[in-house]
Design a protein around this ligand. Structure first.
Ligand code: GDP
Length: 195
């Protein structure tokens, strides 16, 4: 897909701040440092639009990026960073709960994991959280450029099995470095939106 325009419409904390236009929303979730910003930047063909803005200790926000005035990418703050205070963790949980439990525009969550590794306990919790709210999940296994071709299938299988991915959910290998998987990722995203 050709991305002609991207606009950070709002960094929201509270529900009242969510945009009130009718575009479909795709949420992006992943462990801190997994490569979520790089995924977004590669998908929207911008070098550094999505930043590691939600540094641990700073205010955590849902960043709504409007793409081609057609859909939103909603960048969710990363999880699994050890040095986060209990209070911050609670605020994060509350924000996630509010958004994922009731957002009508939300059509899909993209869960970003690392193709090199077995998903972490936090990845599992996130997948189960999304499925609890019956949200379709597209698993994006990033950093595929770091995994030799001969080992990719095995890694994909390990991720599917560890997360116990439901049959309707897909997993796609991706590299923000090389751009491999980008067309497949866009195709998959559109298939959920048009469903
Ligand atoms: P975030 O915290 O999840 O937003 O992670 P970032 O996008 O900031 O990426 C964390 C680190 O992983 C950075 O050093 C990136 O350059 C690197 N990275 C992200 N995606 C890829 C990828 O597909 N391939 C490789 N080789 N490195 C990546």
């Amino acid at each position: 897909m050709k991305v002609n325009s991207v606009e950070l419409v709002i960094s929201a904390v509270k529900e009242q701040q969510y945009p009130n236009d009718p575009y479909p929303e795709i949420a992006l979730a992943g462990r801190s440092n997994v490569g979520k910003s790089s995924f977004i930047n590669r998908m929207i063909q911008r070098k550094s639009m999505a930043r590691i803005s939600a540094k641990p200790g700073k205010t955590q926000t849902l960043n709504f990026y409007l793409i081609n005035e057609q859909l939103y990418f909603v960048d969710v703050p990363g999880y699994g960073y050890a040095k986060v205070s209990k209070k911050e963790r609670q605020a994060w949980g509350k924000m996630m709960e509010t958004y994922f439990s009731s957002r009508e525009e939300l059509q899909l969550a993209v869960l970003i994991v690392d193709l090199r590794h077995k998903p972490t306990e936090d990845d599992l919790l996130m997948y189960d959280f999304l499925k609890y709210y019956e949200i379709p999940v597209l698993i994006m296994a990033t950093k595929m450029d770091k995994v030799p071709k001969s080992k990719r299938q095995r890694q994909l299988k390990q991720i599917s099995e560890t997360l116990e991915i439901e049959s309707e959910d897909q997993i796609i290998p991706f590299s923000a470095e090389s751009g491999e998987g980008k067309d497949e990722a866009w195709r998959a995203i559109w298939s959920y939106i048009n469903a």
